[in-house]
Write a protein that binds this ligand. Structure first.
Ligand code: GLN
Length: 541
């Protein structure tokens, strides 16, 4: 097993995850079996209990793991399904060590960060990489070098290199190279300082990736080389590009693939980037421009909807269009409701499609319901995801079926018409962490439906994350009134996809299609939305 640790210096948000995913992709396209692990230094056991509007989206894996959004990057770039073991958090590590201490596994010993916590980290990394059957394991160390929380993980990485041998473990360090002043000088001092910090804990980076708005000058690379003790050709420029899909090619053309393979002593088969380049070209050369509204709880942190955004990219590349996502903050009932509603409708009428994503909590639900109504009444392509489907049913019940008080019991426990209700198995649930209906579940699709046209098969597996469902007691009534449940769980009880025939595209799913959307393999429901939006756009011209 070969390990590549990827650390970050200077500040967060440097695209460490994209750098690591790109290296992984390049090695994979060279015929190596690659896997990835993300280390998050926070104390939560997983990302499931964290607010997406502060920390970014909670990504859901096939096995139901609620993990950091970077795992999404790895799955999309490596085109693999990872398991929740691939996200290590401080909370997970401590929970395991402390429960072993209680069991008496360390009887007689004083349990300490070194060796017990650090050993636990090393054991998990070794076990997970081995079980994946990979030849190369990328380990992205979350946080920034120098953070107190990251220390045990960096120490584990250092010790792993001692244990596994220098030739089997390498370190990639990503840093920032700012450009200062009118002359536009590229500054290397922040890089020097963060490498100094890394070396003070015993880690010498093998390779440095410098994030910069412009390509790194030769003299900048030489300076980094001199002060950071790496060869000049081990300094790579990760300058601004128009799409993250251009990063693998950018690094490959500077020789990163060979540099890594030489350092690790692995085979050097040709790197096949034909498909990847073709996908990148499609992304970069759209012939049409589309606007799709995302009606959610917008707080400025676009990372909270990152997989939706990616799914739009994958789909738009296939239809040759560029999707501009118009972020609309769902209006709230209150003094300015009427005016806010008018403003939203004005914005929506300029869009070619409408997406109502998943969500929790009552804030913005009435606004989202109105957005869905606007989509249905004006026949604007619409996709509802999870809460989006639930609200589409509430909207239909209220405005078409005449059940004025229809609602979800998530928001009104004694709703007169609870068309959306708690899943029965959720009644026993008391803890919040990892207790929703999670991960990949099978759904059966009926022939002669829009869903079947999109998926072209009867059995699908999609990822879930919810506690509520369309109330089974209302299914017959809703179906009699024209809404079609075209995807249903294998036991025939849970409604997985609902669609409205007659409208050009009015569909929703209880699962989250965005988690399985990959470059050149768009999620069918997103692809359908973008395609319908393009047709609608052309029809309106
Ligand atoms: N809050 C809803 C539920 O728990 C929807 C969840 C979601 O959109 N992910 O069922």
């Amino acid at each position: 097993m070969k390990y590549i640790f990827v650390s970050g210096g200077v500040l967060s948000g440097l695209g460490k995850g994209i750098t690591a995913s790109s290296i992984g992709l390049l090695l994979k396209r060279s015929g190596l079996k690659v896997t990835a692990i993300k280390v998050d230094p926070y104390l939560n056991c997983d990302a499931g209990t964290m607010n997406p509007y502060e920390h970014g989206e909670v990504f859901v894996l096939h096995d139901g793991g609620e993990v950091d959004l970077d795992l999404g990057n790895y799955e999309r770039f490596l085109d693999e399904n990872l398991s929740s073991d691939h996200n290590i958090t401080t909370g997970k590590v401590y929970l395991s060590v402390i429960s072993r201490e209680r069991k008496g596994d360390y009887l007689g010993k004083t349990v300490q960060i070194i060796p017990h916590i650090v050993n636990e980290v090393m054991d998990i990394i070794k076990k997970v990489s081995k079980e994946s059957g990979a030849q190369v394991c990328l380990v992205e160390l979350g946080g920034t070098v120098g953070d107190i929380e990251s220390m045990p993980f960096l120490e584990a990485a250092r010790q792993l290199q001692m244990e596994e041998g220098m030739e089997n473990v390498m370190f990639v360090h990503t840093t920032l190279v700012p450009i200062m002043g009118v002359v536009g000088e590229q500054k290397t001092k922040p890089t020097q300082h963060s490498v100094k910090e890394l070396r003070s804990i015993g880690i010498q980076p093998d390779l440095i990736v410098g994030r910069c708005s412009e390509p790194l000058d030769r003299s900048t690379k030489q300076k980094i080389s001199l002060f950071c003790n790496v060869p000049t050709d081990a300094v790579f420029s990760a300058h601004d590009v128009d799409t993250v899909y251009a990063v693998p090619r950018l690094l490959h053309d500077q020789g990163i693939t060979d540099y890594v393979r030489d350092r690790l002593g692995v085979q050097k088969d040709p790197t096949d980037l034909v498909e990847w380049d073709a996908f990148m070209k499609r992304i970069q050369s759209p012939t049409d421009d589309l606007k799709i509204a995302l009606v959610g709880k917008y707080t400025g942190l676009k990372d909270s909807y990152i997989s939706h955004y990616k799914a739009f990219e994958h789909s738009s590349a296939e239809v040759g269009a560029h999707v501009d996502v118009v972020w609309i903050d769902a209006p709230e009932k209150g003094d300015t409701w009427d005016a806010d509603l008018e403003q939203m409708k004005e914005q929506l009428s300029e869009c070619d499609g409408i997406l109502v994503p998943g969500g929790f909590g009552i804030r913005g639900t009435e606004g989202k319901i109105e957005a869905i109504r606007f989509a249905r009444e004006n026949d604007i392509p619409f996709l509802g995801i999870c809460l989006g489907l639930q609200l589409a049913i509430v909207e239909y019940a209220r405005n078409v079926m005449g059940l004025e008080d229809a609602y979800s019991t998530e928001f009104e426990s004694d709703a007169k018409h609870p068309v959306v209700d708690l899943l029965p198995e959720q009644l026993r649930v008391t803890q919040k962490g990892a207790t929703m209906r999670l991960g990949a579940q099978k759904a059966i699709i009926s022939k002669d439906t829009l869903a079947y046209d999109l998926y072209k098969k009867e059995e699908i597996w999609e990822r879930h994350r919810h506690r509520f469902e369309i109330n089974p007691e209302y299914i017959d009534k809703i179906s009699e009134q024209g809404f079609v449940f075209s995807g249903i769980s294998e036991d025939g009880i849970k409604m997985e996809i609902g669609e409205l025939p007659g409208n050009r595209y009015h569909i929703g799913s209880q699962f989250h299609p965005e988690f399985l959307s990959h470059p050149a393999k768009p999620a069918p429901l997103f692809y359908g939305l973008v395609k319908a939006a393009l047709e609608y756009n052309k029809a309106r011209r």
